[in-house]
Design a protein around this ligand. Sequence first.
Ligand code: FPP
Ligand code: MG
Length: 336
Amino acid sequence: MAKLAQILAEIKAEHPLLEAVEERLREQVAGSHLAARLARSLLDGGGKRLRPILTIVAASFYPLPEKAVVDAAVAGELIHLASLVHDDIIDNAHMRRGQPTINDLWGNQVSVLTGDHLFATAFSLLADLPKPTVLRSMTQAIRLMCEGEIEEILRAYRPDQTEADYFRCIEKKTAQLLAACCQSGALLVDAPFDQLEALGNYGLRLGCAFQIIDDILDLTAQADELGKPVRWDFQQGIFTLPILYARRHSPHGDELTRLVLTGQHGRAGRLLDRMLREEDAILYAWQEAARQVRMAEKALRVLPPHPARNYLRSLAAGLLEQGPLEHHLLAFSNYP
Ligand code: FPP
Ligand code: MG
């Protein structure tokens, strides 16, 4: 088993509340309405349940109010699912996790409302929590997620997009929700402020590492490995970290931009492959993800010694050792 999957399985075995999360998730999407049936199909589609894991592990440093922590964990997962449903509309994506997307099957109108429905379900859970600060932290994360998505749309096809733009964007669209999920757990157990802050920083760095790895796999893996078409963002003129790095260092950078801007996807893809190899851009991005993981681990030092801290540390390290990543790194290496 890949390292990350192994760690997730270990955490699930150690935290029976994650079973309760699964049951509560099902309860929240019960019913015969199409919106509920589509939400259930999303849950059936799998997913690592990373966000609920973060909430529960972050709360487990102290004695925890079980119902509230489970509900906050479920809300985090529902917000994540809602964001994917909306993201698939924005991207006009037809496949996710090996299945046709809701917008593919039912069109954008039903799909946007299914996302809203999920969203509202999450809010009704958050509204009943004993701490209003969790709702505040989650809504702030969602505002930032929307900003990140808007910024990504605005930078599409811009020849002047930079690595700094990329980092700002991934921190908002992906990492802020992970940070808020960690902080939900900490807020519900009244963790001291420095620990709340540390868990927020951990979530941000974990989220950035997670998105960088996701973007590496999008360039290196095959569609059937990922359960979705690859290189979609690139064709839409949105350049991720390895591409931005390769473009900045390669003498063919301007040519690549021109091919993408003029919709010559075949030639652009072949030139990109060559540039990624020549500039060792995949290795560079992986090293950047590793740097984010080290910062995540460093943030944890503020937390008291506890098995939960070890789980969070292993989770971060496990991101760098998931699935076919090592094989892809070698395949895209400059060195024979
Ligand atoms: C997937 O990223 C999408 C996100 C990380 C965030 C999407 C956020 C929104 C649509 C705004 C917030 C909306 C709600 C309802 C909370 P990706 O496109 O890089 O990954 P992918 O390849 O899996 O699509
Ligand atoms: Mg997307």
